[in-house]
Ligand binder design. Structure first.
Ligand SMILES: *Cc1c(COP(=O)(O)O)cnc(C)c1O
Length: 427
């Protein structure tokens, strides 16, 4: 680890809890201090020593256009000049809602929040208010932000750090959340048979990205839709990562399933703090002020965030066709890496869904949290550091997704594969 980084990190650690404002940024699971970042542009991110890396984290998903897209930055600059927060309705909020509703057939009404956490928290409260039921179900390894109800066997940071639940979440609340294995039809059927009439909601990442990438078996999501509908349970798709990542809309569009509520975030904020919850008029109108379920936010629908998000979505809409190229590039990269590992005799299972991927250090298949946890995390850590040394910035945990952006070029992919060759030499 280089010296500058440790200086910055120890300075940060004296005033910031753990030196970071979100746990996975601390690089604990790969056994080092995190690099500090100065700036990023396109597919590249630059540390404080001016070294460039090809970035596959992309702020954990949002930067699908690449960092600092000139049009997004110009729009933000123009918006900032007019003031940064008003606490009153603005026109861009309506435009944002219109764009999202037009892209998601399941969304008739929308509410903006400042984070994905708030979106999921609101969706769950709304489902409880709407159904008058208390229990909710989620899936092991799925992450829905850090609110009390969903911090049970959550993926991402909690899995990386080996935290199954969290002290501070009262048992009385934890007891109301059932967590089931992902992709497990039997467990799902049994749970619904037993608790169907008591469940307010089932929340799911339609493509799991927070235990590493795990794709849903088609029957799993179909069964989930059928059974929830039959039992009056609100089905919540958490598309905070997947919204606008694979197509202009959600994963739900691609599989033709309409959830009752959808959570969004990340990409729709264009790199600014944003989340949203949307769904049918009937459910969404239960939110205050039309309804009695309370939800609010001083900075919700923030004008600068709306402009950043809207500009991003407009650029994505113009690129509709090129989502296929993003898919193709990611496929190319993953297949080439797979071959390198194979030749070297290191077992890996690369899970990929369009432009999201995870290299699991194990034979696989990885279909849920239990199988994901079989990975060799020590080997992952060595791979991570090898790639970093060779100019490739990967997520600092086995249990996270890698992302490609529209800014990643063939040349970037080539460099990444060269870095991988060098890294494998010493693995
Ligand atoms: C990132 C994420 C969240 C939380 O969003 P924040 O903006 O970090 O609060 C929720 N759900 C999923 C699936 C996520 O990946």
């Amino acid at each position: 680890m280089n010296k500058t980084t440790s200086i910055h990190f120890s300075k940060a650690s004296r005033v910031i809890s753990g030196g970071v404002n979100s746990p996975v940024r601390a690089w604990k699971s790969v056994g080092s201090s995190p690099l500090f970042v100065d700036r990023a542009r396109g597919s590249k991110i630059y540390d404080v020593d001016g070294r460039a890396y090809i970035d596959y984290v992309l702020s954990w998903g949002p930067m699908i256009l690449g960092h600092a897209h000139p049009k997004v930055i110009a729009a933000i600059r123009a918006a900032v000049k007019e003031g940064t927060s008003f606490g009153a309705p603005t026109r861009p909020e309506t435009s944002m809602a219109e764009v999202i509703a037009s892209a998601f057939p399941s969304i008739e009404r929308l509410r903006m929040t400042s984070s994905g956490t708030e979106a999921a928290m609101t969706a769950i409260r709304l489902a409880r208010g709407y159904t008058g039921r208390k229990l909710i179900a989620k899936f092991d390894g799925c992450y829905h932000g850090h609110s009390d109800s969903v911090l049970i066997k959550a993926g991402s940071g909690p899995t990386t750090l080996g935290i199954p639940g969290s002290p501070g979440v009262p048992e009385d609340i934890a007891r109301l959340t059932l967590s089931l294995p992902y992709n497990d039809l039997d467990a799902l059927e049994k749970t619904i048979r037993r608790y169907g009439s008591k469940l307010a909601a089932i929340i799911v990442e339609p493509v799991a990205g927070n235990m590493g990438v795990v794709s849903p078996q088609k029957e799993f999501l179909e069964k989930l839709r059928t059974l929830t509908a039959k039992n009056g349970i609100v089905l919540i798709f958490d598309e905070v990562i997947t919204g606008f990542r694979f197509a202009f809309g959600g994963y739900q569009n691609l599989i033709g399933i309409k959830p009752d509520l959808t959570c969004l975030g990340k990409i729709i904020g264009g790199g600014l703090p944003v989340g949203a919850v949307g769904g049918s008029k009937k459910i969404m109108e239960r939110l205050a002020p039309t309804g009695d379920v309370y939800q609010a936010g001083t900075l919700s629908g923030n004008p600068v965030a709306m402009i950043a998000g809207l500009t991003t979505l407009n650029l994505l809409q113009a690129k509709k066709q090129s989502f296929a190229s993003l898919d193709k590039k990611t496929g190319q990269l993953c297949r080439a890496m797979e071959e390198m590992f194979f030749k070297k005799g290191i077992p890996v299972c690369i899970n990929r869904v369009f432009s999201m991927f995870t290299v699991f250090f194990q034979e696989g298949p990885v279909v849920n949290l239990q199988t994901a946890l079989q990975s060799d995390t020590k080997m992952f850590a060595r791979f991570f550091h090898g790639m970093l040394k060779n100019g490739i910035w990967l997520a600092p945990s086995q249990y996270e997704a890698g992302f490609l952006s529209f800014a990643h070029t063939e040349n970037d992919l080539q460099k990444t594969l060269e870095a991988c060759t060098k890294t494998l030499r010493n693995l």
